[in-house]
Design a binder for this molecule. Structure first.
Ligand SMILES: [Fe+2]
Ligand SMILES: [Fe+2]
Length: 166
C-alpha cells in the first residue's frame, strides 16, 4: 500500500469519526439550550461527511454494487462472529453495563443486516429486486423492510422510534 493510500484510509476513518462526534455534540448542545452551537456542529459534521466520502472514493473503495454488497456481507459477518462476541464478554467482565448493552444490541442487529444484504444479492442475481422503504430503530439500529414493528424486537422501543429510510 502506498503512503497516500494509507493516508486516505486514515483520513477516511478520522473524518467519519468527526462526523459522528459532532452529531453527538449537536444533540447535547440542543439539550443544553444552545441551538446555534447545535446547528454549527451539524453543519461541520456534514462537511466532515463530505470529506470522508471524497477520501473513500479517491482510495478506490467504491466498486460495483454486487462487489459492494459482498464486502458489506463480509463486514457484517465479521462484526457478529468475531468482533462483538469478545467485546461483550470483556465488557461484562469489567462490569461496564453501558458498553455491554451497546455491543449486545449492535451484535444482534448486524445479523439482521447480514440477512438483508444477502437477500439483496439474491434479488440482483434473480433480477427480482424491487425498491422498498426500510425502518431503523433510533435506539438500537434494528432495521426492517416495508413497515415498522409495533415494538422493536431487539430493544423493545415503540414504533414511533423507527425512522423511515427511503
Ligand atoms: Fe450492520
Ligand atoms: Fe430497537
Amino acid at each position: 500500500m502506498s503512503q497516500t493510500t494509507s493516508n486516505l484510509n486514515q483520513a477516511f476513518a478520522g473524518e467519519s469519526q468527526a462526523n459522528q462526534m459532532y452529531l453527538a455534540f449537536a444533540e447535547k448542545a440542543e439539550k443544553e439550550g444552545h441551538p446555534g452551537v447545535a446547528c454549527l456542529f451539524r453543519a461541520v459534521a456534514e462537511a466532515e461527511r463530505v470529506h470522508a466520502s471524497k477520501h473513500f472514493e479517491a482510495a478506490g473503495k467504491v466498486k460495483s454494487t454486487l462487489e459492494n454488497l459482498k464486502q458489506a456481507i463480509a463486514g457484517e459477518h465479521h462484526e457478529f462472529s468475531e468482533m462483538y462476541p469478545p467485546f461483550i464478554t470483556q465488557a461484562r467482565a469489567e462490569g461496564n453495563q453501558a458498553a455491554e448493552a451497546s455491543f449486545e444490541r449492535a451484535n444482534t442487529v448486524e445479523q439482521v443486516h447480514y440477512g438483508l444484504f444477502q437477500r439483496a444479492v439474491a434479488e440482483i442475481n434473480s433480477g427480482e429486486g424491487q425498491k422498498q422503504s426500510y425502518y431503523v430503530c433510533q435506539v438500537c439500529g434494528h432495521t426492517v423492510a416495508e413497515c415498522a414493528p409495533e415494538r422493536c424486537p431487539t430493544c423493545g422501543a415503540p414504533e414511533v422510534r423507527f425512522k423511515e429510510i427511503d
